[in-house]
Design a protein around this ligand. Structure first.
Ligand SMILES: [Cu+2]
Length: 330
């Protein structure tokens, strides 16, 4: 009995600690905004632990202490000091500390203005919009690439219900409210992939609404953005051409845009450069031809309730062609 309880405790402990090792953890900050939140977390945790210890000691004295000690603990003065004065002072200090730590801005970073990125929360994915240096708009989804050591100003809003933008190792969590734009400035001070997750229950497959922020060295970021501005690559193989034709004739374009083709729907994610995204369907699986095919046919099985109807109409070769075409859009 005790053994199984111990192993259960060990499993739970290991599982909760494994959440602290990086990709999506407040305790592994990767930039100034995240670092301040981590400091605040430790301050709150440390203060809470100290208070718990003090209370346990007081209980110990009350039970086992000498008679004069117990008499002193029972005085009204002790209640006034430890029950009113100390909590007021401690809570005030923590409040000031919290407000100060979360209000301090993020430096604009080396030289330039912050990069502005719009993120719209959708049930159940993230619509991402960049303004390229030449003024062209770049649409993306579920993935945000940023250069390191440069402030990024996010303009956050929602298309339907309240979502919450949270990338624990960089900062957040900020609600995305329909009809309102909230700003959040973040900075990543090292390259890496930082996972985020919608942090406000938004119905249905809310738990499958993840995103990734990928911080890149500035030159790689510039190259990536330059490629994203371009329209979709033309397929060169026979299968690719078939895939494109099937995409255009099957109604996908009513909801999805592929720039450079007649498909210009805006209900679902822009697919112009789908193949360049690390993950598919808001963090469901890594992007691959196989996973794209599975999503097209079985999306209601793997992400139940999402806003795309399942397409079971394609023969295996057709499915291979259409998924291959989408995967080739780098
Ligand atoms: Cu949500």
């Amino acid at each position: 009995m005790i053994n199984s309880q111990l192993s259960l405790a060990a499993i739970i402990g290991a599982a909760s600690l494994s959440g602290c090792d990086g990709v999506q953890s407040v305790l592994a900050p990767q930039g100034p905004a995240g670092a301040r939140i981590a400091v605040l977390a430790w301050v709150l945790f440390g203060t809470g632990a100290a208070i718990l210890l003090a209370v346990l000691l007081a209980i110990g004295f009350a039970l086992r202490g000498s008679q004069p000690m117990r008499a002193r603990l029972g005085q009204v003065r002790a209640v006034a000091v430890f029950g009113i004065a100390v909590p007021t002072v401690v809570l005030t200090i923590l409040l000031v500390c919290g407000v100060w730590l979360t209000q301090a801005g993020v430096p604009a970073g080396e030289g330039a203005d912050p990069i502005r990125i719009e993120v719209v929360g959708e049930q159940w994915w993230w619509r991402v919009g960049y303004l390229a240096p030449d003024g062209r708009k770049v649409a993306n989804a579920n993935e945000i690439r940023i250069p390191v050591n440069r402030a990024v100003e996010f303009a956050l809003t929602s298309a339907d219900v309240i979502h919450s933008f949270w990338v624990p190792s960089l900062g957040g969590k900020v609600d995305m409210i329909p009809g309102r734009t909230t700003n959040l400035r973040l900075l990543a001070d090292r390259p890496g992939v930082f996972r985020g997750q919608c942090a406000e229950y938004c119905g249905g497959p809310h738990a499958l609404m993840a995103l990734e922020v990928i911080a890149l060295p500035p030159s790689e970021y510039e190259a990536w953005l330059a490629a994203q501005v371009e329209p979709a690559a033309e397929p060169t193989t026979e299968a690719g051409k078939l895939g494109k034709a099937l995409f255009l004739s099957s109604g996908c374009g009513a909801c999805h845009a592929i720039r450079g083709t007649p498909a210009s729907g805006s209900i679902g994610p822009d697919l112009t450069h789908l193949g360049s995204r690390r993950m598919l369907a808001a963090g469901w699986r890594p992007t691959s031809q196989e996973h794209i095919a599975r999503f097209i046919a079985g999306n209601q099985l793997v992400k139940p309730g999402n806003r795309m109807p399942p397409f079971g109409i394609f023969a295996p070769t057709e499915m291979e062609a259409i998924a291959g075409y989408l995967e080739s859009l780098r």
